[in-house]
Design a protein around this ligand. Structure first.
Ligand code: ADP
Ligand code: MG
Length: 694
């Protein structure tokens, strides 16, 4: 038997079963079988006493005696109970289905081991259908027993857990010496890994819990390591970095603004991120950086300071937002910050008039204009820059790769690119899977922010919610009501929104209510937004158009209707529309009474945390990493052992390790790296679906 041997030749399988196993489990070689990992184990290595019992989903083992057996009949139902006793107490054993034979054969007053799951009823443990084994006849193999993922189809054909255990026993007996090491000795030592042979034996038949953990850790490590290696090799050798304009100095524009016009002290995170960007832009290589920061973490200021550095180096910048409203807001904000400087800023969106547009085009081409704020309109071919050195994209998820490419083409030497997003993807994902972007994170909010209070309310609480809103308005605050928007059924949503609007108007008849939705013309949207922002109306009823970036500091209550219909990151974005001023803010999640388990988790997460990164991790747990990264990449994250949500540490260690190795040995030519290289070439290169990524 070798690793490549087809499974039909393994003792006890044969061609018929081999076919079935292949169909159901996708296993065709001995090697596949070795990599068919148990989902859990039965642990007979420990013996508990009755006094130690506590709730656990797993089986437990006890040693003692059966002291009495009794048959109990209730109506037509019969059950068999037995009293089990050890030095610390007693436990009822129960059979709901049993044979006469069992009743007669129960070993009363003999030393036995019992093994099974516990049942808790009325504070009382019992053990239904235990396995019983006489102490003297017990086999002394205390290893954990593997349980494999199987299916009814296989069980029905006689391939039980026992069957798989036996096959793997055979394989683990004959094969280990053929399993080759794939990590350098030094690493094995420093990480205190089990040898690869022992790893496989112990993942199937762990000597005890510790050995299981050691084997498991090594397998996760390997998986992450070789994944990262493949990834890094590709990045290193297949992706040529583009030439970029080095921004070698920090000059007057930056310094003057930083010293004289900065309205607040930067947070440490802002400073750190700025340094990372600065270091990147100094190089004659194009920057491609993703800036992640929770809503309200102050990304705009980082963007502005970055643009001032570009200007100091003689280059123009542009910043693009996904909607007119956002572009307008950025423009207002940036203009305000720069009002005491001589830096020239303009706004370019689809609704800018031709005459104004002509001036902008001119000033861009002759270099008079330093900073352009805009929407997709910036990408149009007519828009030509004298020397675009930096392009910033806000809220990245709405811009595609093609659009980024258009930006590149705006200058002979492509501009540095900074992509800003407030929908953080979990750190582990970002670190491992953004091949073409480096990642900076603002992980700190400006001090003095009041955390938003989030509450979950149901239809029956609606009157209280309205009362609460009335009180807030009386205090001078403003309120958002947001309705879900699902693209497939725009008509229905429009109807929802209209009904909602009517309802709100009925209940808040003495106030001004503004409406905002996707079907309005840009100018209408702007007017509505401005009307609300300037305090002329107290309530805004909207669809998710307001999701991203909208900034009205006086708005302190966000009511989200049918909150169960929103995804987690969307809820978090919406909540970020409040909590922008000095007042305590609230987010109220209105839902129907009945919620699915997943909706409940989403709502609960929202009420428990304001941390966007935590939220994105829960989101990943709920939806799976594939969904978050986008469908075409979902195959990327089919790991056997590695868990992207919980194995962040391993991912980080392996990433650093790979970087270190490739830095000194980019082609893996050193002798001590042959072991890695050979394994990689044999098992990963070309075969993996990861090659889809880059
Ligand atoms: P986001 O990261 O969501 O785009 P913004 O850039 O809109 O956040 O910033 C949110 C608010 O916080 C703005 O009003 C901004 O002026 C303010 N802000 C940014 N940085 C700081 C800071 N270091 N200290 C105090 N306030 C800040
Ligand atoms: Mg923003």
């Amino acid at each position: 038997m070798t690793l490549e041997t087809p499974i039909e030749y393994v003792k006890g399988i044969g061609s018929e079963r081999a076919k079935l196993i292949k169909n159901v489990l996708g296993i065709s070689t001995v090697d596949d079988f070795l990599n068919f990992f148990p989902i859990r184990y039965l642990d007979k290595s420990q013996v508990f006493t009755v006094s130690q019992l506590q709730e656990t989903p797993n089986e437990v083992q006890l040693k003692g005696k059966i002291i009495a057996v009794q048959e109990i009949a209730t109506g037509k139902m019969k059950r068999l109970t037995a009293k089990f006793q050890d030095a610390t107490g007693t436990l009822d054993l129960v059979w709901f289905q049993y044979s006469k034979w069992l009743k007669e054969q129960l070993p009363v007053n003999q030393e036995v081991y019992i093994f099974g799951k516990l049942n808790l009823f009325n504070q009382q443990f019992s053990m239904p259908h235990p396995e019983i084994e006489a102490v003297e006849s017990k086999n002394n193999d205390t290893r954990l027993q593997p349980l494999y993922p199987s299916s009814e189809k296989l069980t029905k054909r006689g391939m039980s857990q026992k069957y798989f255990q036996n096959i793997l026993k055979t394989i683990c007996r004959e094969i280990p010496q053929l399993i080759e090491e794939n990590l350098p000795e030094e690493l094995m030592k420093s990480m205190k890994f089990l040898s690869r042979q022992r790893t496989y034996v112990n993942i199937h038949f762990p000597k005890n819990q510790l050995f299981y953990e050691a084997a498991n850790r090594r397998l996760k490590f390997e998986e992450s390591f070789f994944f990262q290696l493949g990834y890094a090799l590709k990045k290193l050798h297949h992706k040529t970095q583009s030439v970029g304009n080095p921004f070698s100095i920090v000059g007057d524009h930056f310094v003057d603004f930083y010293e004289n016009h900065l309205p607040f002290e930067l947070t440490n995170a802002q400073k750190r991120v700025l340094k990372e960007i600065r270091t990147d832009m100094k190089k004659p290589i194009q920057m491609n950086r993703l800036l992640q920061g929770d809503v309200g973490s102050g990304k705009t200021m980082v963007a502005l300071l970055t643009m001032l550095i570009a200007m100091d180096n003689g280059f123009q910048s542009c910043i693009m937002a996904p909607t007119e409203i956002l572009a307008q807001q950025h423009y207002n904000g940036i203009k305000d910050l720069l009002k005491d400087t001589r830096v020239k800023v303009s706004l370019l969106t689809g609704s800018v008039k031709t005459s104004a547009r002509r001036i902008i085009h001119e000033e861009l081409e002759n270099g008079e204009l330093s900073i352009l704020v805009g929407t997709h309109a910036v990408l149009e071919d007519k828009v030509k820059f004298k020397n675009l050195g930096l392009a910033i994209i806000d809220e990245q998820h709405r811009f595609g790769v093609a659009q980024r490419a258009k930006l590149w083409a705006k200058n002979r030497i492509p501009p540095h690119i900074l992509v800003m997003t407030a929908t953080p993807i979990p750190r582990t994902l970002a670190m491992s899977f953004y091949s073409d972007l480096d990642v900076s994170v603002i992980d700190e909010l400006p001090i003095g922010r009041k955390a938003i209070i989030t509450a979950h309310r149901k239809e029956k609480d609606r009157n209280y919610v309205y009362q609460f809103c009335h009180e807030e308005i009386r205090k001078g605050r403003q309120i958002y009501f947001v309705y879900p928007l699902i693209e497939e059924s725009e008509t229905l949503d429009y109807k929802n929104l209209m009904e909602g609007l009517e309802h709100v108007m009925d209940n808040f008849s003495n106030y001004n209510v503004t409406m905002l939705h996707g079907r309005m013309k840009p100018a209408e949207k702007d007017a509505a937004m401005n009307y609300f922002a300037s305090g002329n109306s107290q309530i805004m009823v909207a669809t998710t158009v307001i999701e991203v970036g909208v900034n009205v500091p006086n708005a302190s209550v966000m009511v989200i209707e049918s909150a169960e219909r929103f995804g987690l990151s969307q809820l978090h974005q919406l909540r970020g529309r409040v909590g922008r001023g000095a007042e305590q803010s609230y987010c109220i999640l209105m839902t129907s009474d009945k919620l699915s388990k997943e909706s409940r988790t989403r709502i609960k997460t929202m009420t428990e945390t304001n941390d966007g990164f935590k939220i994105s991790e829960v989101d990943m747990q709920l939806r799976g990493p594939g969904d978050i990264l986008g469908t075409q990449q979902s195959g990327v994250v089919d790991f056997k052992k590695l868990d992207l949500v919980n194995d962040g540490e391993i991912i980080q260690i392996t990433k650093k390790l790979v970087e270190k190795i490739l830095e000194i040995d980019p082609h893996l030519t050193r002798i001590e790296h042959q072991i890695i290289k050979n394994f990689y070439l044999k098992n990963y290169k070309g075969k993996n679906k990861w090659s889809k990524i880059s």
